[in-house]
Ligand binder design. Structure first.
Ligand code: ZN
Length: 107
């Protein structure tokens, strides 16, 4: 029988559980802050806000997208559900559609 990660964590001591939960929260917060930085950059580039971005692009077949690598701000057009588009500058699959960024941040 395989234990899920959550069950495995539950069997640990309360102190360790708390440590793991805090670390998860910290990592999640850093991740969301990073997404927000990228989304803000993308919105600023197009001089548009979140609501107008959704209005304007939610039915399009290609939408503005941005590279998620820290040192890169390459902006490109990608499919609305693209989460690992090819970056022409980094040569890695790190370009994420603006609609995905918005969705992730508004969950
Ligand atoms: Zn890049």
């Amino acid at each position: 029988m395989t234990k899920s990660l959550n069950e495995a964590i539950k069997s640990l001591s309360p102190e360790i559980q708390m440590f793991i939960n805090n670390r998860h929260k910290e990592i999640r917060e850093k991740y969301l802050a990073m997404l927000k930085t990228k989304l803000d950059r993308l919105l600023k580039y197009y001089e548009i806000d979140t609501d107008r971005f959704i209005e304007q692009y939610s039915l399009d077949s290609v939408v503005p997208a941005i590279c998620m690598n820290e040192d890169c701000n390459n902006i490109d057009n990608m499919e609305p559900d693209q989460g690992e588009g090819y970056c022409e500058e980094c040569h890695t699959n790190t370009v994420v559609s603006g609609l995905i960024l918005i969705e992730e941040l508004h969950e």
